[in-house]
Ligand binder design. Sequence first.
Ligand SMILES: [Zn+2]
Length: 345
Amino acid sequence: MTLVLALAAMLWGIGHILRMPTNARFLMIALLYVGVLLVHTVFPDGHALREALGGTVDEWVSLGFLVGIAWIYSIGLKRLRSRVRPENLPKTKDAPTSSELERNARHIVLREIGGPGQKRLKKARVLVVGAGGLGSPALQYLAAAGVGTIGVIDDDKVENSNLQRQVIHTDDRIGMPKVFSAVQGMRAQNPFVNVRPYHRRLTSDIAPELFEDYDLILDGSDNSETRYLVNQTAFEKGIPLVSAAITQWEGQISVFDPSRGGPCYTCVFPQAPADGLAPSCAEGGVLGPLPGVIGSMMAVEAIKFLTGAGETLLGRLLIYDALHADMRIIAVHRQDDCKTCGKKT
Ligand SMILES: [Zn+2]
């Protein structure tokens, strides 16, 4: 038997030197084994060749059986291991996996964010109102940046005419509620974030309870009624608000937070624009990439606020005129007679 085992080891060694694939080396040894079994079955007892190979048929069969069991076991083990991929491993809240660290490496290298900033992003909870033009890039970049919990509320469904600018949605998701389409987009981009979709309109009866679950609100809604409701609720709950709006070729964005000395939305826009002065996207049209620019800025402001990097647009209103490639920033202040946050009311 020793002779055969030495022969097998030699075959393996030759295979290794010739850089043969492991499977081919196993095949050679299997052929050797079959040869040994044949010698034992074909030649009579006491034959010189049988003596040279050693052992009996039973011993060789038992050996083959044991090796077979070990082989099947190792294959089973390999399959189990391949099933436990990094994203399926149990995750603790604060310990990033190596894949997550690599994903966020370019943030971690930034002096203003670094490891502590990235941890704050992971712990953060951000609610985005509206999964349309502004919400699309804002949600995509929040998810890509590793914001731990992202809520999104919208009662609309994806329409063909949305796709020119609402880039989180895709053609094959036309007819699907926007929040579910947005969730698919975010999960495909980053499986490490927790996404909460709310397929309904934001109303005053649900807003306070909903906002309580979040550290920051991003308003990318498309109507004044929702905008004032978001502002009122964020003020009452003391939650900062990144608010933006777009029309045709122009966009604006600011950060509102009276609890940090800045104005609220109503301080700057005390009254909703009269009908016809601010046409909706459907009425007046809108440049496709414009919400991409402003919605990405919303994500930028959110990340700065959450990590403490740089200065946000608190107390400043940024206006971008895409048609003339002009950008202005104007200072905005809290108003004592504000209907929402004023001290005189
Ligand atoms: Zn105000």
